[in-house]
Design a protein around this ligand. Structure first.
Ligand code: HEC
Ligand code: HEC
Ligand code: HEC
Ligand code: HEC
Length: 403
């Protein structure tokens, strides 16, 4: 099965889908169709040669698809069997549950708090009813002694009297409630305006074109994030901004790839042509361009300064460290990290600067060596033991990140 899948994906999937037409017909059930009517092995190995035998099965399928030729495939009979075994046993993928990172945390801690609260309320009710019983008993005693009942009191007065009687308990309960509410608000306040990280669902806006990062940066034949990422967001290496590629970058790649593996993919590629002003039929520009209005996913506030080149080129941090597994499981780009100040400084605190063999620092160090006045004492530390974190280098100074 695994072998069949590999062979199918490697040799046939560029033209065939299992259950739908692509360049060639759907392949599910085709082997059974050919049984006894033609030599499907000979066809797969070299369809044009097989056509010369005049087999009616082959001729019919050629009539339908010509002049598109099924190119010869160098597979053995066993391998072809494996392909059809895979194809015939293929089932459409079950709709996948979108995994937005860990689900909203079911906070054990705050649950315990809630239980304590319920318990406290229960005590209150029991306490109140007990005081009612006590009153009835007192009345009964009074009556027996001929004093008449205690003066009527309203419920509110009863409660107040009870609370006065149980000052310590009431104050603790009150304090407890106030602290609990503050803690809840505190927790909630931390994630106001935060759209990434472990605690909130990630921000994942809908885009005008369904661009699939995993397909392009991960699985696409030629690419991986290192090369394609730098190709598409080329300025990440050189400047503050990572930059979004112009429509022509998309169009260049899609001159050859003009159909997706699904109808939806093909439709999305047509949108690129429209935006770039490219007529795929004529193979020429129409002159009517319109930039794609991508939705910005990450938004640092204006008062914070973040520089991609500093992190990517100098710091040698991989895109995925901050943007998550965009090449593995992100069909639609999402904000993966929380982008809070805590997130920045936490990393600066624990990350060691990669100075060895780093051109940027070789120069800095050469300048500082032996210059007591110029040298940060932190850098002197580095000269001694070869270790320094971003924080020690000044990565916690407010002005480094704030205008
Ligand atoms: C370059 C594109 C291409 C590739 C690659 C390709 N095919 Fe095809 N295939 C076609 C086309 C187009 C047809 C329709 C007949 C024609 O036009 O030659 C077809 C027809 C067929 C048919 C006949 C379908 C029917 O309904 O009877 C079979 C079987 C088949 N292909 C199997 C395979 C297998 C198995 C592989 C991989 C090992 C493969 N093809 C790879 C393009 C391709
Ligand atoms: C140290 C963390 C970090 C690394 C490493 C990093 N980025 Fe970023 N990236 C950010 C932050 C923070 C923003 C938001 C910047 C802003 O709003 O000014 C961002 C924004 C972006 C954007 C803008 C997208 C949008 O619409 O929001 C792109 C594109 C991008 N990064 C691509 C890359 C690529 C490609 C790499 C690797 C070459 C990379 N980044 C490496 C932190 C990082
Ligand atoms: C994954 C770890 C990581 C994260 C997250 C990160 N940084 Fe950094 N940052 C680094 C490293 C490593 C360097 C040191 C690069 C170098 O060698 O200059 C650095 C350097 C810097 C510098 C230059 C400091 C200096 O002393 O010159 C600034 C400014 C900065 N980061 C801002 C930010 C901001 C703003 C954020 C959050 C939006 C952020 N960084 C998030 C790892 C990180
Ligand atoms: C490594 C980078 C970095 C350093 C160093 C840094 N900040 Fe920030 N700071 C940020 C980022 C990024 C934000 C935006 C966070 C957000 O939008 O959630 C921020 C937000 C803030 C805010 C606004 C609060 C908010 O939630 O928007 C204040 C105030 C602030 N910083 C003060 C400081 C002070 C004071 C220092 C020095 C002690 C400092 N920062 C050092 C990166 C940094």
């Amino acid at each position: 099965m695994a072998q069949g899948e590999k062979l199918f994906k490697g040799n046939c999937a560029s033209c065939h889908k299992v259950d739908a037409k692509l360049t060639g017909p759907a392949l599910k059930g085709v082997k059974a169709k050919w049984e006894g009517k033609g030599d499907i092995y000979a066809w797969v190995k070299n369809s044009q040669a097989y056509l010369k035998t005049g087999n009616p099965m082959a001729t019919a399928i050629w009539e339908e698809y010509k002049p598109t030729i099924m190119t010869p495939v160098a597979l053995s009979n066993e391998e072809i069997d494996a392909v059809f075994h895979y194809v015939d046993n293929w089932a459409p993928p079950v709709a996948k549950v979108v995994d937005n990172g860990p689900a909203a945390p079911t906070d054990e801690g705050s649950n315990n708090w809630l239980w304590l609260l319920v318990l406290a309320l229960l005590f209150l009710v029991v306490g109140l009813s007990l005081s009612g019983v006590k009153r009835s008993l007192a009345n009964a005693v009074n009556e027996a002694e001929g004093h008449g009942p205690l003066p009527e009191t309203t419920r509110m007065q009863t409660v107040r009297a009870w609370m006065w009687e149980h000052k310590v308990f009431t104050s603790f309960l009150g304090l407890f409630l106030v602290v609990w509410v503050i803690l809840q608000l505190w927790d909630a306040a931390w994630v106001i305006g935060v759209y990434g990280g472990d605690e909130v669902p990630h921000y994942k806006p809908e885009q005008p074109i369904l661009f699939n990062h995993t397909l392009h940066a991960g699985k696409a034949d030629k690419g991986n994030l290192a090369s394609n990422g730098q190709y598409c967001h080329s300025s990440a290496e050189k400047s503050k901004h990572a930059g979004i590629p112009s429509t022509n970058v998309c169009r260049n790649g899609h001159k050859a790839v003009n159909a997706g593996r699904s109808e939806a993919g093909t439709k999305e590629i047509q949108k690129i042509y429209a935006h770039a002003g490219w007529d795929p039929d004529k193979g020429a520009y129409t002159g009517k361009e319109e930039p794609v209005r991508w939705v910005k996913v990450h938004n640092l506030p204006d008062h914070a300064y973040f520089n991609h080149a500093q992190h990517v080129a100098v710091g040698k941090i991989e895109c995925q460290t901050c943007h998550g597994p965009i090449d593995e499981k992100m069909d639609v780009a999402e904000q993966w990290a929380p982008l809070t100040m805590g997130w920045c400084i936490d990393c600066h605190n624990k990350t060691e600067v990669k100075m060895a063999g780093n051109g940027y620092y070789d120069e800095v160090m050469a300048r500082l060596k032996g210059d007591e006045k110029l040298g940060h004492h932190e850098l002197k530390q580095y000269l001694e033991d070869g270790k320094i974190t971003v924080k020690e280098l000044g990565g916690w100074e407010c002005a480094k990140c704030h205008y």
